[in-house]
Each structure stands twice: as structure tokens, then as C-alpha cells.
Design a protein around this ligand. Structure first.
Ligand SMILES: Cc1ncc(COP(=O)(O)O)c(C=O)c1O
Length: 444
């Protein structure tokens, strides 16, 4: 350990960054790294963007803080109006709540979904069905909804008894997406619909499955099942929202409208802690016409500094057409990766949409056999890429069954240029081959 701030891996030395500029970050020795992970999906516009820096400076000099539990502020209303404009039209006239992080937003979504049912006279509808290999945050309730085995393991006795269904996974279970959606109906029937408040999913899965994109029929079927059983469909767009997939919200790739959307990460482009909950009209109206009160409150939610940051981010995205750009650049990057990784035997699949991309690594392409988890292949590939100056994310272990499966996630900023995609396309195969070489040598 090198300092007083505790890293997540106590004994693992971490890259210490001191500066960022555009799509690059720099360590104390002046080494430059291409931030192809946007930190962790947050720095979507790159670092030190002058307009955002100026918006933050101006707001800090005007009104940095106002407590949302007592007073309103103009920046909170401005950002809410922008998000209402952004929200899928079928959600009706939305209302927005703000907080500081994705977990807080998802925990708020859970509380509001439950409250929605209570207000309508159904107080037993309290469980939220989640999916395995999903992540909604690191608090107890969000870990309970999430299906990331490694994250749940240490706190298992504290978790809530929420059910989970397997995720769609076309690479390993082709043609089964619809059957997997059907499992929601089964679980709800087994739990009793009178006990289930909602269903939560990352429309395009982030770091737990690296960019799995279900087929076109999946979410419409999920929507229909939610309607039949009076469940709210919560779309966790903390990673896939704010334009990353080439549409404003990941769920817009399907004909399915959520009741609640949560956002985080890219909403402030990483410049300030900021997250949001978007409530469809029928959801907030049920509460407004009932108790007219929400217990969702927190010190930093809707603070003017973060909201002004979020507004500046959305303004830049709109001005520069960055949602469409994420789709186009992402499509080109994906094709280039498919080509450059075609002859790398340990690449099972390149997948994803827009700038939410993933690479699944396998010990054998034909059988899709996985590497032994203790080989930590994905982690080593990411380390090898870092040595070559490109930052990527190692997918969370447990992709297949909670234990095994290696995958790499790419979440580049929306502003990457041709030269940056070329750098990624060159470095990733080299990093994979370096590790495969080590793995082969260790076998001999
Ligand atoms: C899909 C998804 N939801 C929620 C979260 C939690 O967000 P936060 O870390 O801001 O609490 C994350 C973070 O990685 C995420 O990827």
C-alpha cells in the first residue's frame, strides 16, 4: 500500500493519475495513456474540456450548493427540463430526481417502485426481479437486485431476498433470448405477482458481461410480462445511457418503454458526482395523487454545481451531434476490431453497440471453453494494454456462471478520432497475444 487512501485491492499497486487532456490521461512520470475506458464509462467527453470547466467555474462562483430538501434551484430545473426532453416520448411527461451516484439512483428507483404500489393499495408488492451477471451498484439493496456473484459473496447474509433470472447471452445460448425473457413470467408466478414490484435490467449489459445485446424480441416480451403482472420495468442506463450506444438511451434499440430510467456516470461526463432517476408520467402521478411525498432525499441531490455540469454536458452532446457520432465511430471500431482480432484464436466474440463494446476471450474457439479463473486472463490482458499505453476494463469474473469467463470491455469517450481507434485496434490484439504466449509457456 502506497498511501493513506485505501484502494479496492489493498495489495495491488494502482496506476496513479495526475492529469487528463482530451482522451488521454497522464501519470506522475508523464506517461500518457489513451483512456479507452472513459475511466469507467464516465469521462465520455474526455478531460479538461474548456466549456465544461468554465460552466463549473461560473456556477461555483454563483451558487455552488443549495439543499434540495428545502429549496429549489434554477440549475436543477434546467437539467430536469433537458432530461424530460431527452426521455423516450412514450414515458409521457416525466419527472426527474437527482442524486450523486448510480447506486443511489437504483436504490431510489427500487424505493419509488415500491412506493408506487403502496400508493395504489398494493403494499405486498415489494420484490424486484434482477438478472444474473448484472450490476446496479454496491449498496446492500442494489447488490441484492444485482447478479454479480463476486460482489454479492462477501455480504450475502445482508442481502434482500430478491429473485434473479439468467440474462440473454446470444454467444453461448443462441436463439434463447425469448425463452430467457419468459423466465421472468415464471419467476413472478412462483413468487406470486402480489409480491413483485418490478424488474430491473441494464438494457445493454456493462462490465459484468461486456456489451451483451439481446435480440429484438427480448425487451418487448419483458415489457409485456411486466404489464401482465403489474410490474414496473426499471432500465438501469448508468453505463448504456446518455448516448453511449448511438441512441440517447440503450433501451431505445428495442420497442419497449421503461417505467423508470436511471442515469449516472456520463451524465456529468465524470466532472462531478451526478445521477438521476427519470419517472414515467403514470409513476410520479400515482405518488402525486397519493401521499404527494417521496422519501428519496439526500444532501447532494440536485446541487446546482453538479446540475450545471450535467447541463453543459448535454449541451455539448447536442451541439456536436455526439449521440449519432458514438453510434458511427463505435460501429467502425467494432468492425476494425473484428478484423484485427479475426486471427487471434483466443477471441470468441467481439460484440456490442455504439461505443459500448466487449471482447470475450476463450481457451478454445470451437468449443468456447473458458480459461481457468485463477489464470486471471482478462486482468492480465488489460495490464498488458496498459503497458502499451491504452486503458481498458477487465470484465468482472463470473461471466458464465458467477465463477468463470474472461472478457474485456471497451468504453471509449464519444470524441475519439481515427488515430485513437487505430491505437486501440493495434494494442488490443498485441496485448492478448502477449498473455496467450505466457499462458502457453506456463503449460509447457
Ligand atoms: C450499470 C450500472 N449501474 C449502476 C452502477 C453503480 O453506479 P455508481 O458506481 O455510481 O454507484 C454502475 C457502476 O459501475 C453500473 O455500471
Amino acid at each position: 500500500m502506497s498511501g493513506y487512501a485505501l484502494p479496492q485491492q489493498f495489495h495491488h499497486p494502482e496506476l496513479q493519475l495526475v492529469r487528463g487532456e482530451g482522451v488521454y490521461v497522464f501519470d506522475a512520470e508523464g506517461n500518457r495513456y489513451l483512456d479507452a475506458a472513459s475511466g469507467v464509462g464516465a469521462s465520455i467527453l474526455g478531460h479538461a474540456v474548456p466549456e465544461i470547466v468554465e460552466a463549473i467555474r461560473a456556477q461555483a462562483a454563483t451558487l455552488a450548493f443549495a439543499y434540495g430538501g428545502l429549496v429549489d434551484n434554477d440549475q436543477r430545473q434546467k437539467l430536469a427540463a433537458q432530461l424530460q426532453e431527452w426521455a423516450p416520448p412514450d414515458m409521457g411527461e416525466t419527472r426527474i430526481l437527482f442524486c450523486a451516484g448510480g447506486a443511489e439512483a437504483n436504490e431510489g428507483a427500487l424505493k419509488l417502485a415500491y412506493q408506487f404500489h403502496v400508493e395504489r393499495g398494493h403494499p405486498t408488492k415489494r420484490k424486484v426481479v434482477g438478472r444474473w451477471q448484472s450490476y446496479h451498484g454496491n449498496t446492500i439493496a442494489t447488490l441484492s437486485m444485482g447478479g454479480r456473484t463476486v460482489a454479492r459473496a462477501t455480504h450475502q447474509p445482508l442481502l434482500l431476498d430478491f429473485p434473479h433470472i439468467p440474462p440473454p447471452y446470444p454467444y453461448r445460448h443462441p436463439g434463447e433470448d425469448l425463452a430467457r425473457a419468459e423466465l421472468l413470467a415464471k419467476v413472478v408466478s412462483q413468487e406470486g405477482p402480489e409480491h413483485v414490484a418490478g424488474f430491473i435490467a441494464e438494457p445493454v449489459v456493462g462490465t459484468s458481461m461486456s456489451a451483451v445485446v439481446p435480440d429484438a424480441a427480448y425487451y418487448p416480451r419483458i415489457r409485456a410480462i411486466c404489464d401482465d403482472a403489474d410490474l414496473l420495468f426499471i432500465a438501469d442506463e448508468v453505463i448504456c445511457g446518455v448516448g453511449r450506444t448511438g441512441l440517447r438511451f440503450g433501451i431505445e434499440h428495442w420497442q419497449a418503454t421503461p417505467d423508470i430510467i436511471t442515469l449516472g456516470k456520463g451524465l456529468s461526463a465524470g466532472y462531478s458526482p451526478l445521477a438521476a432517476i427519470i419517472l414515467a408520467e403514470h409513476v410520479w402521478r400515482a405518488i402525486a395523487e397519493g401521499s404527494g411525498h417521496s422519501s428519496f432525499g439526500n444532501t447532494f441531490g440536485g446541487n446546482p454545481l453538479s446540475c450545471a455540469t450535467g447541463s453543459a454536458v448535454l449541451d455539448i452532446i447536442e451541439r456536436d451531434g455526439l449521440v449519432a457520432r458514438a453510434g458511427e465511430v463505435g460501429g467502425r471500431l467494432r468492425s476494425a476490431l473484428e478484423t484485427s482480432l479475426a486471427d487471434v484464436d483466443s477471441v470468441g466474440e467481439v460484440r456490442g453497440v455504439g461505443l459500448l463494446l466487449g471482447v470475450e476471450l476463450v481457451a478454445d474457439r470451437a468449443s468456447k471453453a473458458i480459461f481457468a479463473p485463477e489464470q486471471r486472463v482478462a486482468e492480465r490482458v488489460v495490464a498488458a494494454a496498459e503497458r502499451r499505453g491504452v486503458l481498458l476494463l477487465a470484465g468482472i469474473p463470473g461471466l458464465i456462471d458467477g465463477v468463470g469467463g474472461d472478457h474485456i470491455e471497451l468504453l471509449p469517450p464519444y470524441v475519439i478520432e481515427e488515430e485513437h481507434t487505430e491505437e486501440i485496434v493495434e494494442v488490443l490484439p498485441a496485448a492478448i497475444l502477449e498473455v496467450m504466449d505466457e499462458v502457453a509457456r506456463a503449460k509447457r
